[in-house]
Write a protein of this length. Sequence first.
Length: 237
Amino acid sequence: MPDDPARLARTPGRAAPARGRGRPRERILDRDRIADAAFAEIRSAGLGGMTMRALARRLRVSPGALYNHVPSRAAVLALLQERFAAGIDTSGFGVEPLREALSRWAWSYLNRLRERPELVPLIVAVPLAHTPYTSLVYQRVAAGFSDAHWPEESIVASLSVLETFIFGAALDTPTPAGVYEPRDPERSPLLARASAAFARVAEERALSPGDLLFEIGLDSLLTGMHQLWGAARRARA
C-alpha cells in the first residue's frame, strides 16, 4: 500500500512528498497585474524595451505563463491603451457646447498623460483597430464635432492638432518654472520683465505656469479652429 502523505509529514525524520505539478490554487497573473507591470517596464526601459521576455521577467513568471494570458506584445500594448482611454472624460459631448466638451476632454487627457507621460509613444503607435473601447472614445469626440456641424474633412485634422498640443504639454510638464528667465537680467532686460510678468499672471490666476500655458494654448487652438472651419462652412453656404 502506498504511503499516506499526511502520515509521512507527521513522521519524524521523514520529509513530506513534493507538491504536485498541478495548477496553483491562486491565480498568479491577471490582466490588471500584467498591465501594471507593463506600465512599469515602459517607464523603466521605454516602449522599445517592453518585450514579452522583459515583462515576464518583471512579473517573475516564464514567458509561456505570460502567453497564457495575453497572446502577444501587441495585445499588451492594446490593453494599456484601453486602460488609459478609460480614464479620459468624454461626458461633455452631446451635453455641453462643443468648445466646453473639448476643453473638458483635453484637460482630462492632459492630466492622464501627466501621470504617465511615457505612454505618449504608445498612444501614437497602437492602431485604433486594435482597441475597441478607445475607438468608441474617439467616435464620441468625432460625433461632437459632427453634431456642431463642423465639416467632415475638419474632424480628423482637428483631433490630430489637439492631440499634438496635448502630447507636447504633457512632455513639457517637468520643465521648471522660470525656464525663460535669463541668467543675466541686465543683459536681457525685456526677457526678464516678460518672465516676471508671466509669473505674476500665473500667481494671480492661482495656476501653475504649465496650467496657464495649457489654458492659453488650448483657448487659442479652439478659437482658431472654430474660425477656420466656420469660415469654410460660410464659404460653401
